[in-house]
Every structure is written in structure tokens, then in C-alpha cells.
Write a protein that binds this ligand. Structure first.
Ligand code: GLN
Length: 533
């Protein structure tokens, strides 16, 4: 029988509900429970796939090919599970489905309303998730802040749901900001009290309150929150800002978080096993020295745009025992080779991440050239792989007009639109999710993965054009990974006196976990470390 945990947020957004949900998932997993997580996003987009990364951050892709909120990346990394299409629901997706049913006459002439039709749709999504994944505990994070108009149907749906499955099988966790007022030098609990009141007004009584503050708050404030918000004293947990988010599970455990969750949900009080997690934490703490990696991107304004890449670099840094400093470079700022050299000659690695559209492309191509010619380790991901192919075609194979059909009307399209992408509508229609890749022996791919067959997650419309394969290979490009079903070139390398130079059409960052860092990132950071020596 599944138990349900619902995580809501109060006072302000962005106070780490996702990290709380993920940390709880980790703690319960270490207690031996099977965990599933889902995120409800109140916005009206059907999924975040069409949103600008500078506004909404990265789009995280699951194995089964769904474009989801970046919080799912935190869940996967922290809990070490692979999520699926049931793990992210937006208001847009709910309404889309309800309206399609209405058009198909499925409501038999009834007036279609938020209650019951929209709330039923949300509840049926929760049920489907449980039927498909059969967890001991399902953790549901509701995005946004209590009081938002957009999230009301989700709150109402979980209220109804908790009555249907029994309140004894549900736990409501409310994460609130406790602000510090510097003028009077004190923390204030009133916003938390108001937020809980609002939640209670919607029929939900929180069982646990996470009081989020910058530094530790006084015990008297914990007592005050407990009394005013009608929760047990040991169910008010003070979460503070930590140096590394992976310290969060241990911190919350020490505060008794998982113990009260297990108690309140009537779960067996199993022993917790920190062995693997602590081994990883030791690596975080034992780093010394550093390498600098330049990320040459086009969505650098918002760090969350590349959050999985940043995390994967950090995982690889821990594995290599070094800190990874990131130098953010807006590709539009690179207008000449001089610009690129100014920016790149002092770094130990250049990473060109994924991206869409022609803005900033030439800057990325120049960055790739400077990396190749100066033997700075190069790692191209998705668009970054396509950039590497274009740069190689132009400057090594002499195909001067080499380009991608995404960026130009005419030219030699060494990167072309995939046949099944012609006339595709936008929104969830790219080549998405996990695909096989067969690895060619004696390549960086083989050395890194130590395996000949892998599966990685994709998100793209364009691909390596096989018409140019012979000429590029003749000029020294190495095709090191191929999709066996469709003969798609998935990875390219360049043997430049042992330089780490690789481009991959997939997104390896989505599968890197702190407890199992991704082999390509580990090899890349290792190459950076060697260069620094
Ligand atoms: N824009 C490129 C394509 O669609 C690359 C996509 C990406 O980097 N995710 O193929």
C-alpha cells in the first residue's frame, strides 16, 4: 500500500521545496523504501519544452522522452532513480487532456468545471503514476506558492485525494521562508503563520513545517511556529542554506526529519543505511586544487539553464578530487579568434552545451576552433557536437560553406534536419529520450565508458549528415558512436595527439549522479586536470 507525501511552499518561491522533496526521497530510499516522485507545475504550458531557458531554466529529459521541469533532475540525482512521463504534470497538460475529452464527448453533455473535471484529471494522474511505478512512498511537489491562483486546482485535488486514500496514509509538508530583518536583528515567523493559515483555509492541515532560513533560528521560534500553526514541536524543522545541496539529506536527518515522516506515516521504522551516500560526501569534502572549464553558451544569464551540466561537472570534479570552476562565456561576445583566445587560453576545458537557433553560433564555432588548435580539452554536447562537425568541416576538411540547416538557407549542410522532423509541429516532437549507441573500439568513447553499447537521452531535430561522412572521416574525423537502428552518427572525435576532443549528439549530463558520475564528464575533467599539470 502506497503512502503519499505532498510538499507545498509558502511565503516565496525558490526556497528549495525541490531539494526538500529530493532529500526526503533519498532518506526514505536509504531506509529501504521504494520511492517515486512527481512534480506539479501550475503554469499553462503543456510542458517546459517550448520555454526559453533564460526564463525557466533547463528542460530535463526523461528516458521515456518527456520534456520536464528541471526539478526532476534534482530528484534523479539525489535519489538515484530514473523518472518517467508520470513524473511531471502542468496545468496546461491537465487542461489539454480535459478539453480533448470534452471535444470527444466524453463528459456526456455535462457542464465541464474545475471541480470535479479538472481535479479528477489530476487525481487520475496520481493514480496512474502509482499503478505504473508501485512505490512504497509517492512524493508530490506542488510548484509555486500557496495563494497563487494557478495552483488552486492542484491543492484542491490533493485535498480530495487525501480523503479518498485516507488521511492516515498522507503527509503534508509545508516549506516556508522565515525572513531575517536586519534592522531589528531578528527572524520573523509571521509570514509562515499567514501561509499556513492560507493552506488551512484550503482544507489542508500541514503535518510538518520546514522553516527555511539563512542561518539557524532560535528554539523559541520553532516552538512559536508549532503553537501558532498547530503542528507538533518535533514536526517543525529548521532548514538552513548549506554549502552544497548534497549535504541536505544528512542535515535534515540530524534534525529528525525522516524519523518524524516515518512515524507520522506509520511506516516501519527501518534502519537507515548511509554507506554509499557518505562515501560520496567524503569525495565532496576531500577535493583540493581546481580546474577551470569554460561553458560557451547562449543562455548564460540564468545559471539554471545548464544546471545538469554544472552538476555533472561537479560530480566529475569530486571523482577527480578537484574543484571545477566554471567560466561563463556568452557565445555572442566571441566575435573573433582574438576574442576567443583572450577568453579561452587560460582555461583547461571548453564545453559547448546544447542550444537552439542561430544566435551566437559563429562564436561557438570560433571557440571550438581555438580549443582544437590549442589542444584544450573540448566537450560538445548536442548543439556542441554539431558545432564541432561544422568547425572541422570548414577548417580541416576545407568545406568552406559547411553549416547546419538550422542556421542558414544555403550551404553545405553537414548537419541536416532529420527526415522524420520535416514539417513537425513544435512541442514534444523532437527526437526525445533514450536511444542506443554502439561504440567503436579504441576511441575516447570506449575508454570512457569501458563498454561497447550504451543508451543515452536525446533532444534534437538535426543530425550528422551521412552524405558527408566519408569526406570528413577521410580528413581525420573519427565517428566513435553510432545508433545501430538508424545509422545515426551519435558521437565524433578528433585524434589530436591525445587531446580530449569529443562531440556527442545526446545529453550525458542527464544521467550523471553524485553517486555515479558520468564517464564522459569524468574523462573530460581528468583531461583538464592533466592539462593543468
Ligand atoms: N538545435 C539542435 C537540434 O535541434 C541541437 C539541439 C540541442 O542542443 N538540444 O538538433
Amino acid at each position: 500500500m502506497t503512502k503519499y507525501v505532498f510538499v507545498t511552499g509558502g511565503v516565496v518561491s525558490g526556497i528549495g521545496k525541490g531539494i526538500i522533496a529530493a532529500s526526503l526521497g533519498r532518506l526514505l530510499k536509504m531506509r529501504g523504501f521504494k520511492i517515486q516522485v512527481e512534480k506539479f507545475d501550475p503554469y499553462l504550458n503543456v510542458d517546459p519544452g517550448t520555454m526559453n531557458p533564460n526564463e525557466h531554466g533547463e528542460v530535463f529529459v526523461t528516458d521515456d522522452g518527456v520534456e520536464t521541469d528541471l526539478d526532476l533532475g534534482h530528484y534523479e540525482r539525489m535519489i538515484d532513480i530514473s523518472l518517467n512521463k508520470f513524473s511531471n504534470l502542468t496545468s496546461g497538460k491537465v487542461l489539454w487532456s480535459v478539453l480533448n475529452k470534452e471535444r470527444n464527448g466524453e463528459f456526456l453533455g455535462k457542464t465541464v468545471q474545475i471541480i470535479p473535471h479538472v481535479t479528477n484529471e489530476i487525481k487520475s494522474f496520481i493514480r496512474q503514476n502509482v499503478e505504473n511505478t508501485k512505490p512504497d512512498v509517492l512524493i508530490t511537489e506542488i510548484g509555486g506558492t500557496i495563494g497563487d491562483i494557478e495552483s488552486q486546482s492542484f491543492i484542491e485535488a490533493i485535498r480530495q485525494f487525501s480523503l479518498e486514500v485516507g488521511l492516515e496514509n498522507c503527509l503534508f509538508i509545508h516549506v516556508c521562508l522565515v525572513p531575517f530583518i536586519s534592522g531589528s536583528d531578528e527572524y520573523k515567523t509571521k509570514p509562515t503563520q499567514h501561509s499556513v493559515k492560507e493552506l488551512q483555509g484550503m482544507g489542508i492541515r500541514p503535518d510538518i513545517i520546514i522553516a527555511r532560513s539563512d542561518t539557524a533560528i532560535d528554539e523559541s521560534l520553532i516552538k512559536k511556529i508549532a503553537m501558532f500553526c498547530n503542528v507538533k514541536e518535533d514536526c517543525v524543522i529548521n532548514d538552513i542554506t548549506l554549502d552544497d545541496l548534497y549535504f541536505c539529506p544528512n542535515f535534515l536527518h540530524d534534525k529528525g526529519f525522516d524519523e518524524v515522516v516515518v512515524r507520522e506515516l506509520n511506516l516501519p521504522a527501518t534502519k537507515i543505511d548511509f554507506a554509499d551516500w557518505d562515501k560520496m560526501l567524503k569525495k565532496i569534502k576531500n577535493r583540493s586544487g581546481n580546474v577551470t572549464i569554460a561553458i560557451v553558451g547562449k543562455y548564460c544569464k540564468l545559471r539554471d539553464s545548464y544546471i545538469s551540466i554544472v552538476e555533472a561537472l561537479n560530480h566529475a570534479g569530486c571523482e577527480n578530487g578537484v574543484f571545477v570552476n566554471i567560466k561563463w562565456i556568452e557565445s555572442e561576445d566571441i566575435k573573433s579568434e582574438e576574442d576567443a583566445k583572450d577568453q579561452l587560453l587560460d582555461v583547461q576545458g571548453v564545453l559547448v552545451p546544447g542550444g537552439f537557433g542561430s544566435r551566437g553560433i559563429e562564436g561557438k564555432i570560433i571557440a571550438c576552433k581555438v580549443a582544437r588548435e590549442n589542444k584544450i580539452p573540448y566537450f560538445g554536447i548536442c548543439l556542441g557536437m554539431q558545432i564541432a562537425v561544422i568547425e572541422f568541416a570548414r577548417n580541416v576538411a576545407g568545406i568552406k560553406e559547411a553549416n547546419s540547416r538550422e542556421f542558414a538557407q544555403k550551404g553545405d549542410f553537414v548537419i541536416d534536419l532529420m527526415p522524420d522532423q520535416v514539417n513537425q509541429q513544435k512541442g514534444g516532437t523532437m527526437r526525445l529520450g533514450a536511444y542506443d549507441c554502439e561504440i567503436v573500439p579504441n576511441t575516447i568513447m570506449e575508454k570512457s565508458y569501458k563498454s561497447m553499447k550504451i543508451s543515452e537521452r536525446h533532444r534534437h531535430r538535426y543530425e550528422f549528415n551521412n552524405d558527408y561522412r566519408d569526406i570528413l572521416v577521410k580528413n581525420g574525423l573519427i565517428v566513435s558512436g553510432v545508433n545501430p537502428q538508424k545509422n545515426i552518427v551519435e558521437t565524433v572525435e578528433f585524434n589530436n595527439h591525445g587531446q580530449y576532443f569529443i562531440g556527442v549528439q545526446f545529453h550525458p549530463e542527464f544521467k550523471s549522479r553524485p553517486t555515479s558520475p558520468h564517464p564522459l564528464f569524468v574523462a573530460f575533467v581528468n583531461a583538464a586536470k592533466e592539462l593543468k599539470k
